[in-house]
Design a protein around this ligand. Sequence first.
Ligand code: 2AM
Ligand code: CA
Length: 266
Amino acid sequence: MATNMEQLQALLPQAEAIVRQAGALVNSLKHPQVYTKEGHANFVTEADLSSQKFLLENLAPLLPEAHFFAEEQKENHLVPGFNWVIDPIDGTTNFMRGYRPCAISVGLVKDGAAVLGLVYDVWAQELFTAIKGGGAFCNGQPIRASQAPLENALISFGTSPYYRDRAQATFAAVKDVFLHCGDVRRSGSAALDLCYVAAGRCDGFFESILSPWDFCAASLILQEAGAQISTLKGPLRCDKATAVLAGSPAVFQALCDLVRPHFAGL
Ligand code: 2AM
Ligand code: CA
């Protein structure tokens, strides 16, 4: 049972190989069949389904006691003990259109806390990884959050396109942030946005609703790189959908102060 750093370190290279293979599978399915899910602009493709099947089948033997909490399965909840928290493709809309940012996200949660995280950018072939207490890496190289002050910061955000009632608050917050920072970005993959904050390529991120498989793995990578993450109200948890705010230590509090008031009524 993977309970300590040594055991997680033994698990990581095996999980890395599986995630890279899932990436190759996704890359081989460039023009997939597309299905519509409940809500606005919410899609799943045969590539999402193939990637998830591959991940479930290959990760299961690594940790037989672990439960799966994955986007494209029907019964979805976190249980006590170990859970693989999986998004087989984060950025499905991008993937369908050939708009680059999209990733495979695999987190391992033990008793509610993320202990292992892998996010693989399937186009750039960059694998972001972290073990709790062991630092954060991109393709094996250590990464660190930036130290840029807010006035020079790049801040990314998500639009929660399936919750149109949040558009007013989201774009008011974006305008406020934009007027205080260097510039803003919107990629379409929350997992990669969070990893970019971890790698110091960007300084902060927010989105008003994300699901645990969107942020679980990246939240550990980001914290192991020295950045901070929370909901609109308090500490981040991996058991339910929530707003996510993240940033380098230099901008996190200021970003929270700018964004939170816009969502006060929600
Ligand atoms: P996805 O591509 O895996 O669906 C875009 O704003 C971000 O929100 C992406 O990370 C996207 O992940 C995620 N997302 C898409 N649909 C969602 C939904 N219904 N609930 C929560 N997050 C969602
Ligand atoms: Ca997805």
